[in-house]
Design a protein around this ligand. Structure first.
Ligand code: ZN
Length: 109
């Protein structure tokens, strides 16, 4: 479920975005043509990895969006990084490097 306004992803049983005060939709409505053509390359709640990956994408001039993550309400949801299909292979290579970066390893509790 997604908020059509802030584009945050919510997990069930949420049906309402408290931040925007609108009902969630199953999919982001059409009209966001750029977003719609983009494909997910990473879905994670690993914030260090997310930060490294995003910085690497920026450094490589790969356009990308991040949906969800810490912007969501009470229950933390995974952030989804989406990139244009033509950059997917490159982004996956960058992700591989990011995942193998020592800083991306989540601390064990
Ligand atoms: Zn919202």
């Amino acid at each position: 479920m997604f908020c059509p306004v802030c584009k945050s992803e919510y997990l069930e049983p949420y049906t309402h975005c408290d931040q925007c005060n609108v009902d969630l939709v199953v999919e982001i409505p059409a009209g966001d043509s750029d977003m719609e053509e983009m494909v997910p390359v990473l879905r994670t709640n690993n914030q260090p990895l997310l930060a490294i990956f995003e910085a690497a994408l920026t450094a490589n001039n790969i356009p990308h969006y991040i949906r969800g993550g810490e912007a969501a309400s009470l229950m933390p949801t995974n952030a989804v990084v989406i990139v244009p299909p033509e950059h997917l292979d490159t982004a996956r290579g960058i992700l591989f490097d990011a995942e193998n970066s020592p800083a991306a390893v989540e601390p064990k509790i």
